[in-house]
Design a protein around this ligand. Structure first.
Ligand SMILES: CC(C)(COP(=O)(O)OP(=O)(O)OC[C@H]1O[C@@H](n2cnc3c(N)ncnc32)[C@H](O)[C@@H]1OP(=O)(O)O)[C@@H](O)C(=O)NCCC(=O)NCCS
Length: 166
């Protein structure tokens, strides 16, 4: 007997938009579930107040993650990149990072920097896949459950990048 074709739910596209102060509680909830030593809600509000480039990625208006970046003196610094635990491995982290880098390049910045824990394999794999390379190590930079943890300093030379570049 012939079976009816399976009806697939259309997948809602993710949207990246500016973070606003009203988003901070939702952003902070993701931050708190994601890091053992999270930023406070006040730090996010400060980032907005001083004009850092703050973006959220949403699906049907629900915030799935965010990115925070400073720009200046020809450099961008990726200060935070985080995707809600339940939304990981769907390409959102890569999309957000690409979005930040595209903006930095469009604003005439020539280098991107970030710090990452050596134990953060997922983030390191993402950064390396986009061409970031380690240029330094900050000893004892991060708080850790057992004392302090080093930070790898990663750098990427920016070029005119489009969101579709791989
Ligand atoms: C790092 C993080 C932002 C990645 O976001 P994500 O949406 O899950 O990542 P994506 O689905 O876009 O995957 C992009 C790449 O990241 C790497 N990656 C993601 N999850 C990984 C995992 N569990 N193990 C290894 N590599 C992983 C892969 O290189 C992947 O590319 P691929 O899909 O072609 O293999 C996310 O894990 C996160 O928010 N972690 C907690 C916060 C954090 O550590 N932020 C970084 C601080 S420096």
């Amino acid at each position: 007997m012939a079976t009816a074709p399976e009806l697939l739910e259309p997948v809602s596209p993710a949207v990246i938009r500016a973070m606003g102060v009203l988003d901070v509680p939702e952003v902070f909830a993701i931050e708190r579930e994601s890091y053992p030593f999270p930023w406070s809600a006040g730090i996010f509000r400060d980032c907005l107040r001083v004009g850092y480039f703050c973006r959220v990625i949403t699906v049907e208006e629900r915030i799935c993650g965010y990115g925070v970046m400073s720009l200046g003196a020809g450099e961008v610094h990726i200060l935070n990149l985080c995707i809600a635990e339940a939304e990981r491995s769907r390409g959102f982290g890569r999309s957000m990072l690409e979005h930040l880098l595209v903006h930095g390049a469009a604003m005439g910045m020539s280098e991107a920097f970030l710090e990452v824990r050596p134990s953060n394999c997922a983030a390191l794999a993402l950064y390396r896949s986009l061409g970031f390379e380690q240029v330094g190590l900050r000893r004892g930079y991060y708080q850790a459950v057992n004392g302090r943890e080093d930070a790898c300093v990663l750098k990427l030379t920016l070029r005119a990048r489009r969101a579709t570049d791989t």
